[in-house]
Design a binder for this molecule. Structure first.
Ligand code: PEP
Ligand code: MN
Length: 354
């Protein structure tokens, strides 16, 4: 049985804790037809006092549990020693964790250790929202001849306080897919959410965005888990989640859908053209203003005026049903472009003589 039609689902505990725990979770998960059983044995914890994983002895437990139900097993690696031990234990799939992806030296060392190994590797996004770093790690593995590389979106650590442990910032995995369209892309809602309650919505959102699958943390007794207790779910909750998730199609051939979509897209094309025309006219007015500022030696940036724009535009935007944060970000971009245009017109700092 395929748990979600056409999708790859990897599940298992955050950490391998014992042989009994792994066998129990493997038995509970196997009937759902998952693609692989996960479990970390080296845990990159933020603080040294936290549980650091059971180490290499856990690899035998992971493999034994997978074998007992006929499932491939997946484990995290962060250095060449980990790779070597995983290969010795017949671990079928490896993943590179978020903290490692952000370190090109570590990724290169892992990639070098994988030369000739023929195991698939999943690359989680780096902790920080840096698409190039993520792509760089993927490229290092591909260059080492890793036969199958998959990307895993697990959210990003940002300065903003949100409901999530790691902000999803969907734009980044979507940009990754635009840049590397053939690369399978999974979502890891557990590490995005940090709390079980948020997982169904994020998992559904990933499927709505046509992700190729999910990686989920499932533990036989989440409350007693030695790591990431608040985001792990029981096998029963996992089953309920799978049953509720809806797979969306990339398209529909139904006439009613196609007619409406065509009309609505035409309307949107027209509105976008209007938006751009208005922005163009706004920038032309900015250039006019800049002529007067130049003439009278006034600076391009006017803090008082900017404050007033932010307040009034946010209020007007909210009245139009837009999010205040969205309106603020739009006007930050508009303002940056206005300053750039004024500088180009000769208002900026003196340039190096060429
Ligand atoms: C994990 O999968 O348990 C893990 C440590 O993930 P991440 O690297 O995404 O934090
Ligand atoms: Mn975890």
């Amino acid at each position: 049985m395929e748990p979600l039609k056409g999708k790859i689902v990897i599940a298992g505990p955050c950490s391998v804790e014992s042989l009994a725990q792994m066998r129990q979770v493997a038995r509970a998960l196997a009937p759902f037809g998952i693609a692989a059983l996960r479990g970390g044995v080296w845990k990159p914890r933020t603080r040294p006092g936290a549980f650091q994983g059971v180490g290499a002895r856990g690899l035998a437990w992971l493999k034994d549990a997978g074998r007992s139900v006929g499932l491939p097993v997946a484990c995290e690696v962060a250095d060449p020693g980990h790779v070597e031990q995983c290969l010795q234990h017949g671990i079928d799939i490896l993943w590179i964790g978020a903290r490692t992806t952000g370190s090109p030296f570590a990724v290169q060392a892992v990639a070098d250790a994988l030369k000739g190994a023929h195991v698939p590797v999943l690359v989680k996004n780096p902790m920080n929202p840096d698409l190039e770093l993520w792509i760089g790690a993927i490229e290092r593995l591909l260059a080492a001849g890793v036969p199958q590389v998959w990307a895993v979106h697990r959210g990003f650590s940002t300065w903003r306080r949100t409901a999530f442990r790691n902000e999803p910032l969907w734009r980044i995995p979507l940009d990754l897919r635009r840049r590397l369209p053939k690369l399978p892309l999974l979502c890891d809602p557990s590490h995005i959410c940090g709390s079980r309650r948020l997982i169904p919505a994020i998992a559904q959102e990933a499927l709505d965005l046509l992700f190729d699958g999910l990686m989920l943390e499932v533990h036989p007794a989440p409350a007693r888990a030695l790591s990431d207790a608040s985001q792990q779910i029981t096998p029963t909750a996992f089953g309920r989640l799978l049953a509720r998730l809806k797979i969306k199609k990339a398209n529909s051939r139904v006439e009613d859908y196609r007619d409406h979509i065509r009309d609505l897209r035409e309307r949107i094309d027209d509105l976008d053209a209007q938006l751009l025309a208005v922005l163009g006219r706004r920038m032309a007015a900015v250039r006019e203003i800049s002529r007067y500022k130049r003439k009278y030696g006034v600076s391009a940036f006017q803090p008082g005026r900017w404050k007033q724009i932010v307040a009034s535009r946010t209020e007007a935007g909210v009245r139009q049903g837009l999010g205040a944060d969205f309106v603020l970000r739009i006007f930050q971009h508009v303002h940056e472009e206005a300053i750039r245009q004024q500088e180009q017109a000769g208002d900026g700092a003196p340039r190096e003589p060429s």
